[in-house]
Design a protein around this ligand. Structure first.
Ligand code: ADP
Ligand code: ZN
Ligand code: MG
Length: 479
């Protein structure tokens, strides 16, 4: 195959919106989803004469991200202006960091088929987000919303160490989970809190020089990233095989046609005319400051996983799935603490909850019930109040109209029948109605019991306690 002659090279620039309460250079809120231009002030609208002041939380969060990804933290850093013109950028420059980023030389470890692999990080720097252009169907023009202007970002730049779309996905998932664990970003990809610029090139196997790369900007779903990389690799190989040269350019991925399109030539750093922002002071960090942030780092996914393997005896595969997301992991720990049944919590998360998340394309952070409610559901099954079959229906309700499982069961009348007298009535009724099955059973056909239990379940619309039914049928049949 043609592909086998080539090596794929990928480097990602990941932007994560930080979950600070206020913007990076003013005190406007960062909250997503407000009415356009309601979270703005003269500073983030770039009125002349305004002065930016750096939000210290932004530095703290970026340092935290750097420490969690094995970076060296710069003691001496600064902000620079990156100049370009675009209608969503009222200052006509973005405040970013150029030659002195806050964090450098880190790495993130991913699992590959050949074992663990380190993806090196070139740098992590802080910068401000731009506003947003909304196309207006009424006037045919575009309207600018500056709520996002000045929302703090970290940009995490990887070395070109990634060798396939699978590795790109696993790197991004790992990075997302680390940022979630340290609580510096909510990483909601649909809202654009986490997005990646994907740089792709190919070279003939054995070549030591990197090929020319193309860049696809602002990708925010794992699926499109994978598809876009696959498409782009094939396209570049075709160009080279036809005797052509890959152009260095910025591409747009089109989800509908499944193709990339040329947007513009790639800018070089010199096009941006970077220079230090004269309004902002240098960022000098003391050893003590960095040490104090180090102390606030929580337990990270790898360590939680080890704990789950040893303490709760989860399988490696299940522990991987659960710890990959902080929210699933918190759900697991919270529910286990209350119901004391790690096996059941594990099973619910891995099977039914994961299936619903997949089907509804929901991110774990959006699960509408909490660990207490999941624990209550499991306790209700353990006590025999509901069967596990009905519990699956309760779970669906908890996703659709979140409330306590007891309330759902009460409202729907889904309580399991575990009352001896009531069960006995059903058993006697079914025995009387099915004399043939009774004599079959007595004649040695064990299967007849299953049929009788089935009939009793039908009669009670699935609400009878199956263990009790079984036991009572056996007692009656022995008489
Ligand atoms: P910018 O895109 O802003 O000019 P850089 O020059 O720092 O920034 O590179 C951005 C990204 O491109 C990095 O993640 C880097 O690993 C990746 N990259 C650089 N060269 C290549 C290449 N030949 N193939 C694939 N990725 C590359
Ligand atoms: Zn503002
Ligand atoms: Mg780039």
């Amino acid at each position: 195959m043609l592909r086998d002659k080539y090596e794929v090279i990928i480097g990602l620039e990941v932007h994560a919106e930080l979950s600070t309460k206020t913007k990076i250079f003013c005190s406007c809120p960062t909250e997503f989803g407000a009415e356009p231009n309601t979270h703005v002030c003269p500073i983030c609208m770039a009125m002349p004469g305004t002065l930016s002041v750096l939000n210290e939380k932004v530095v703290e969060y970026a340092v935290k991200a750097g420490l969690a990804t094995n970076c060296e933290i710069s003691r001496d850093s600064k902000n620079d202006r990156k100049n370009y013109f675009y209608p969503d950028l009222p200052k006509a420059y973005q405040i970013s960091q150029y030659d002195k980023p806050l964090c450098e030389h880190g790495y993130v470890e991913i699992d590959t088929e050949e074992g663990k692999k380190k993806i090196r990080l070139t740098r992590i720097h802080i910068e401000e987000d731009a506003g947003k252009l909304n196309h207006d169907e009424f006037s045919g023009g575009s309207l600018v919303d500056l709520n996002r202007a000045g929302v703090p970002l970290i940009e995490i730049v990887s070395e070109p160490d990634i060798r396939s779309s699978e590795e790109a996905e696993s790197y991004l998932r790992k990075l997302k989970s680390i940022l979630e664990y340290i609580e510096v970003s909510d990483c909601k990809m649909q809202e654009g809190s986490l997005r990646a610029d994907v740089n792709v090139s190919v070279r003939k196997k054995g070549d030591t020089k990197l090929g020319t790369r193309t860049e696809m900007k602002n990708m925010n779903s794992f699926r499109s990233i994978t598809r876009a990389i696959e498409y782009e690799v094939d396209r570049q190989i075709d160009v080279i095989e036809d005797g052509g040269k890959v152009e260095q350019e910025t591409l747009r991925w089109d989800e509908v046609s499944g193709k990339t399109f040329s947007m513009r030539d790639k800018e070089d750093a010199q096009d941006y005319r970077y220079f230090p922002d004269p309004d902002l002071v240098a960022i000098k960090l003391s050893e003590e400051y960095i040490e104090n942030i180090k102390k606030t780092l929580p337990e990270l996914p790898e360590s939680r996983k080890q704990r789950y393997l040893e303490k709760y005896k989860l399988s490696e595969k299940d522990a991987n799935i659960i710890t990959a997301s902080k929210y699933l992991s918190d759900l697991f720990e919270g529910a286990t603490k209350i119901c004391n049944n790690p096996k059941a919590v594990n099973n619910w998360i891995i099977s039914d909850i994961s299936r619903i998340l997949n089907e509804t394309e929901m991110d774990p952070i959006e699960i509408p019930f909490d660990s207490k409610q999941l624990a209550k559901l499991i306790i209700l099954i353990d006590k025999g109040t509901i069967s596990s079959k009905l519990a699956k229906k309760v779970l669906v309700e908890m996703f659709e109209h979140p409330r306590d499982p007891e309330d759902i069961i009460d409202e729907k009348g889904w309580v399991q029948i575990s009352d001896e007298g009531a069960i006995k009535d059903v058993v006697l009724k079914i025995l009387e109605a099915n004399p043939q099955s009774v004599s079959d059973y007595k004649g040695g056909k064990d299967k007849a019991l299953g049929y009788l239990v089935g009939q009793a379940m039908k009669e009670t619309r699935g609400k009878a306690n199956p263990q009790m039914l079984n036991k009572m049928f056996l007692e009656e049949l022995k008489k």
